[in-house]
Design a binder for this molecule. Structure first.
Ligand code: FES
Length: 389
């Protein structure tokens, strides 16, 4: 047994009192969880501490909190590990962010998280006609959606989403990962409709700013931001959706600028995002309006030295020849790829691992490898070669 001090954020909106911190020292074995520590404090010192939990085994997703400022599951965080990230040897536990507090560590998941999940039609709309027996799904497609299926809806990603902090209407990482679970499923009949809807929504897939916070926060390795990027790739590469939010053109502006110059050229980004060839060659009324609108942000960026005027306006300096050649070869490799296949983060391995392999597990790996090969433009197993029922 060892002593651990927990500093718990207390708040009861109904009381009208301001939030405050409460400290309790508990004694438990170091491998026990923070949740067990909170429950001991509740049992021994103060039964009014509010915490939601159920399975205590990282399955139900009920016990999402912030521990030492980081979102996670209280039942899945060992006390000794939490102590390592603690300031002054005190483990701080707070409610998750971006959601209203019901009491102490309990947040209102209905008000934010579940509302957003409902927004993305979180069920399969099956293709017709319904087969006499089961649908046959290519193995790699199933493995691909497995990553989003691993989500336990704990809300840790929502808690730390920076885009949602700025735009509370953003559909958010958890709900968009859920959207990919169905949009990426070959049995779903409405992939294009789903993705068009999320691309056209001003708070949809193009509202994500790639901060990676949701990937770091997720205790299940769902990588919600990667699922959002997949939705975007299907939107642009598969369905060629040119959305009213300018997401597709903005993305393509980034790509063409790097292709043309090897580096990003900020001054060109805005006009190209609006479909123009060049800021200096073509007057783009929409770009000018957006530029005026962005002036306060630009001024802030300059004052904080996040950008410099010279580097933003002037074209980037020529890169060394070998660096340019490397960039060109990356573009060629990507352009030469055939059909879009998604690569799931759960899949690992290399072509050479499979050479001469005949075992069932090798053949399962080969199904997964088909994606890797397709991504890299090399021959690999096709979906038809490795069906999974
Ligand atoms: Fe179920 Fe923590 S109590 S995930």
């Amino acid at each position: 047994m060892a002593d651990f001090t927990l500093r718990i954020r207390r708040y009861d909106p109904e009381s009208g009192e301001a939030p405050y911190w409460d400290e309790h020292t508990i004694d438990l074995e170091p491998h026990r969880s923070v949740l067990e520590g909170i429950l001991q404090a509740k049992a021994r010192f103060d039964g009014s501490i509010g915490i939601r939990c159920s399975c205590r085994a990282a399955i139900c997703g009920s016990c999402g909190v912030r521990i030492n400022g980081q979102p996670g599951l209280a039942c899945h965080t060992h006390l000794d590990k939490a102590l390592k990230g603690a300031k002054d040897g005190i483990i701080e536990v707070e409610p998750m962010g971006n959601m209203p507090i019901i009491k102490d560590l309990i947040v209102d998941m209905d008000a934010v998280h579940w509302k957003k999940v409902q927004r993305v039609t979180p069920w399969l709309i099956n293709k017709l006609p319904v087969p006499e027996r089961e649908y046959i799904v290519p193995h790699e497609n199933m493995v691909d959606v497995t990553q989003s299926m691993a989500c336990i809806q704990c809300g840790a990603c929502v808690s730390d989403c920076l885009s949602m902090e700025v735009d509370p209407l953003f559909i958010g990482p958890a709900a968009l990962a859920k959207a990919y679970r169905f949009a990426g499923d070959p049995r779903d009949a409405q992939q294009e409709e789903r993705i068009r809807d999320l691309a056209e929504d001003p708070h949809g897939i193009y509202d994500c700013t790639h901060c990676f916070k949701c990937i770091e926060a997720c205790p299940k390795g769902v990588a919600p931001m990667s699922q959002i990027m997949r939705l975007r790739r299907i939107a642009t590469r598969t369905h060629h959706i040119v959305d009213r939010n300018n997401g597709e053109r903005h993305e393509s502006a980034f790509v063409t600028l790097v292709k043309d110059h090897g580096l990003l050229w900020e001054a060109e980004l805005l006009p190209r995002s609006h479909g123009g060839d060049s800021f200096f060659g073509k007057f783009m009324p929409k770009a000018a309006l957006e530029l005026v609108d962005s002036l306060p942000v630009i001024a802030k960026g300059l004052l904080r030295r996040k950008v410099t005027l010279g580097k933003s306006i002037l074209p980037p300096k020529d890169l060394p020849k070998d660096a340019r050649a490397e960039i060109t070869s990356i573009f060629e490799k990507v352009d030469d790829r055939g059909e879009l296949r998604e690569l799931n983060l759960y899949i690992s391995g290399y072509d050479e691992d499979l050479e001469g392999a005949e075992t069932p597990s090798a053949s399962a790996a080969a199904g997964a490898q088909g994606q890797t090969s397709a991504e890299s433009g090399q021959p690999g197993m096709t979906p038809e070669e490795s069906p999974t029922r």
